[in-house]
Design a protein around this ligand. Structure first.
Ligand code: UDP
Length: 405
């Protein structure tokens, strides 16, 4: 076995970890990243979001921050502190920005801005670049000075946004130097120039590294998930846009034809107060073939299900990108997912997964995949290749370094 970094020509020992990516993305990509990073050495970048825990943004930052550090860029990550009513308001902002009807009162907006500005001390006055993620901390820009560049990084689907709420948010965004959306169709008419960077996964995390079947089965046993029947799963925050109810309805229909256990697994993001309410509702649906678990912080369990479930569902009705789809595709699973947002950019229907638009279609695809293992295997293999080519974190790193240059 070659030593880490051996034969890659990487410039310094610090960057040797990048060599682990060579077998996946090729030497040229890794060399490009090293070359892009070199003149940025010593740059100080601060990321600010609303939770260290749960959701795709935290997932990306957990990998990205040490990677930037390994490239000689001083990257830090800070998180807002706020009382629960703030997160009720910001979840409402999130939902309306994704298209739900409604508005916020003037009092809500005042409270929102006050809480954000109480976090002004978070902004690191030594940072050259401050990257603010999503609407929750966007108002931090009110405290900007000219000494640093401010980027707003939006991860949500704004293609059908509610202008009652978008317009006040846009009034903050206009003062940023740059905005980044996950997809070009989420762009809004704004003064700051926009860049588009799709999210991506780190193949070397506990969640994404290869998991042998016996280890996965032992993990299932710990959680009481039977291995005697096929397993169909959706792993997501308990959120209306992820449509967990629709998944259970589809499972009920499919279970009339094929026998399997449906496992809904989720975790609770600290900035998402809706989760506990939705979980409590779903728990009522449990039966012998229906498991609803809130143990989604166990990366081993997520990995075990994403690696060894027979079908992975992501029946979202809106989805900024959908890292859960990427993760399951990387593990060569057949994925059945909503034809929305970022999912459409990941799955080519019938080639490396299935796109669906209804409960009935979801049920039909579950039945088809459980009955036709060759089809399931083919889609899974194609899916892994799609992720290898397009959605590994090296692609994201390269795009972000280009932008910082
Ligand atoms: N996740 C997890 N456990 C759960 C549910 C989700 O670890 O029970 C992770 C999931 O693996 C993924 C991220 O949280 O890395 C969710 O990202 P995605 O883009 O799919 O959705 P978001 O929650 O950001 O809307």
């Amino acid at each position: 076995m070659p030593e880490r970094g051996e034969g890659t020509g990487l410039r310094s020992h610090q960057m040797a970890w990048l060599a682990d990516f060579v077998p996946l993305v090729g030497n040229e990509t890794v060399e490009r990243i090293a070359a892009l990073a070199e003149p940025l050495g010593g740059l100080q970048v601060q990321h600010i979001n609303s939770t260290k825990h749960g959701g795709g943004v935290a997932e990306i930052l957990r990998s990205l921050i040490p990677m930037l550090g390994g490239l000689g860029i001083r990257a830090d990550w800070h998180t807002l502190s706020a009382p629960l009513p703030f997160y009720e308001i910001t979840k409402h902002i999130h939902n309306t920005l994704q298209g739900e009807a409604g508005n916020l009162s003037d009092d809500d907006w005042r409270f929102y801005e006050k809480v954000v500005l109480d976090n002004d001390h978070l902004v690191d006055r030594r940072a050259d670049v401050v990257v603010v993620h999503d609407p929750q901390p966007v108002a931090l820009i009110r405290g900007r000075d000219e000494a640093r560049r401010w980027l707003w990084r939006c991860h949500i689907d704004l293609s059908n946004t509610n202008n009652n709420v978008w317009n006040p948010i846009a009034a903050y965004v206009k003062d940023y130097d740059h905005v980044i959306f996950s997809l070009s169709e989420y762009a809004q008419p704004l003064d700051p120039p926009a860049a588009f960077i799709t999210p991506a996964i780190d193949p070397f995390t506990l969640k994404n590294r290869p998991m042998p079947e016996d280890q996965a089965r032992a993990c299932f046993e710990r959680y009481g998930i039977p291995s005697s029947r096929p397993i169909v799963t959706q792993i997501s925050r308990f959120d209306p846009w992820k449509d967990p109810k629709g998944v259970l309805e589809a499972a009920r229909i499919a279970q009339r034809e094929v026998d399997f256990t449906i496992v809904l697994l989720g975790n609770m993001a600290s900035d998402d107060p809706e989760g506990a309410r939705i979980f409590a509702d779903l728990v009522k649906e449990r039966d012998e073939r229906t498991m609803v678990l809130d143990k989604g912080d166990d990366a081993d369990l997520v990995n075990a299900l994403q690696s060894w479930a027979d079908v992975v569902i992501q029946k979202s009705t809106r989805e900024g990108f959908g890292l859960t789809v990427t993760e399951a595709m990387w593990k060569a699973r057949p994925v059945v997912a909503g034809r929305v947002g970022g999912i459409v950019h990941q799955i080519t229907d019938g080639e490396d997964g299935f796109l669906v638009e209804s409960v009935e279609e979801t049920a039909a695809r579950i039945v088809e995949l459980l009955k036709d293992q060759a089809l399931a295997k083919r889609l899974g293999q194609e899916a892994r290749e799609t992720v290898r080519r397009k959605f590994l974190i090296t692609t994201l790193l390269e795009r972000e370094l280009e932008l910082m240059r």
